[in-house]
Design a binder for this molecule. Structure first.
Ligand code: TRP
Length: 370
């Protein structure tokens, strides 16, 4: 494996400030290109079904995906079921979570007749790509992946599984099987994007091409949101289902109101937007801003001396109002599980057709057609 250039540093760099600034600039350019020629773009992105989708997903990624879909970008949404088992012992109530995710994507506006919504486990050829891809990365490189490192830290004393170490290569297969060229993600995923580009490049160098004019795999680019949305749990700490601080998209208006009532604030009656000094209050201000399409500063100024009570009432109404159409639609969909299963089956069929085609090219490039 010595002939590979050492990309450990490149991967670590993908995590650095300078590289982040560069990716943000590039994302702005990409946005302009997408708006001008949406038909030239295929996006692949997705979620791990480790729980039900919540308002963090909604404002952080789902609305952005729907925006790109509405612009006319070819859309692949992966429900990353095999990625659930990278860092936990069991799968949990996964079938239910997957169906709920399908309901949320469709309710949010991803038309399943056009968007491809699919799961890892149903697409054998995608998973098979991981095998040749694993030949293109070194163990040392994977150990230096900042995202793997921080996930390993988050799992405490739990020993690292082979899958946790190598899942960035599986994620490369997620992106490359459909030759996606744009991947809307948060910055925590940038090392995976860099790893994906490295795999694509090395595949070309080592195994060659089918069409001499172009590599089998394109270079996929991250698309970062113009303004990163960070939503905390209602206690002002990181969202986590076990802490009960999360508002799921499927919750009703009363449950939402009850959770917001219990949200942690502070004793200063004057409401301001100051995420560092006042995480609890600022998180609620931010939620109200996201739900109404206003700026956090504007919302804070309106509440002024009204105190936490007024703020909570404002957030509750704004959020319930904003989510009402989504919730109505998702409830309708959840009442028809046969339809949701059909949506997923159709997405899986489309993903399989694309993956089979890509795997055939890979076999051809690798001279493994017998
Ligand atoms: N790792 C991503 C997350 O935790 C989910 C994911 C899996 C993904 N495969 C992907 C995102 C491919 C973008 C592209 O959020």
């Amino acid at each position: 494996m010595t002939e590979f250039e050492d990309t450990g540093e490149a991967l670590a760099l993908a995590d650095s400030e300078a590289s982040l600034a560069r990716t943000q600039r590039r994302s702005r350019e990409l946005e302009t290109q997408i708006a001008a020629r949406p038909e030239q773009f295929r996006m692949l992105t997705g979620d791990r079904p480790t729980g039900l989708l919540h308002i963090g997903h909604y404002f952080g990624s789902i609305t952005n995906r729907v925006r790109l879909f509405d612009l006319g970008v070819d859309t692949f949404i992966l429900i990353a079921d095999y990625q659930v088992i990278t860092d936990r012992d069991g799968v949990g109530p996964i079938a239910d979570r997957v169906i709920n995710a399908v309901a949320d994507y469709v309710a949010a506006g991803l038309d399943p007749a056009k968007a491809t919504i699919f799961t890892h486990s149903a697409v054998p050829a995608l998973n098979q790509l991981m095998l040749p891809f694993l030949s293109l990365v070194t163990e040392a490189e994977l150990r230096r992946n900042p995202t793997v490192k921080s996930e390993l830290e988050a799992t405490g004393d739990r020993p690292m599984s082979g899958l946790l170490l190598t899942y960035p290569v599986h994620q490369a297969a997620d992106i490359l099987f459909c030759k996606a060229n744009v991947v809307p993600v948060g910055k925590d995923q940038l090392p995976h994007l860099e790893q994906t580009r490295v795999v694509a490049r090395r595949f070309d160098e080592r195994y060659g091409r089918v069409d001499p004019a172009r590599p089998v795999f394109p270079q996929a680019e991250a698309l970062l949101a113009e303004r990163a949305v960070t939503i905390l749990g209602l206690d002002g700490t990181k969202m986590s289902k076990s802490k009960g601080n999360v508002i799921e998209l499927g919750m009703d208006a009363d449950t939402t109101a009850r959770l917001i009532k219990k949200a942690v604030t502070d004793s200063d009656r004057h409401i301001t937007y100051d995420p560092d000094a006042r995480p609890g209050v600022s998180n609620l201000v931010n939620l109200a801003a996201l739900a109404t399409g206003r700026t956090p500063e504007d919302v804070a100024a309106e509440i002024g001396d009204g105190g936490a009570g007024t703020l909570k009432k404002f957030v509750t109404e704004a959020l319930n109002e904003r989510l009402r159409p989504h919730r109505e639609k998702r409830a309708e969909l959840m009442a028809d599980p046969a339809y949701l299963h059909a949506v997923l089956r159709q997405g899986n069929e489309k993903a399989n057709a694309v993956a089979d085609q890509t795997l055939a090219e890979v076999r051809t490039a690798m001279q493994m057609v017998y």
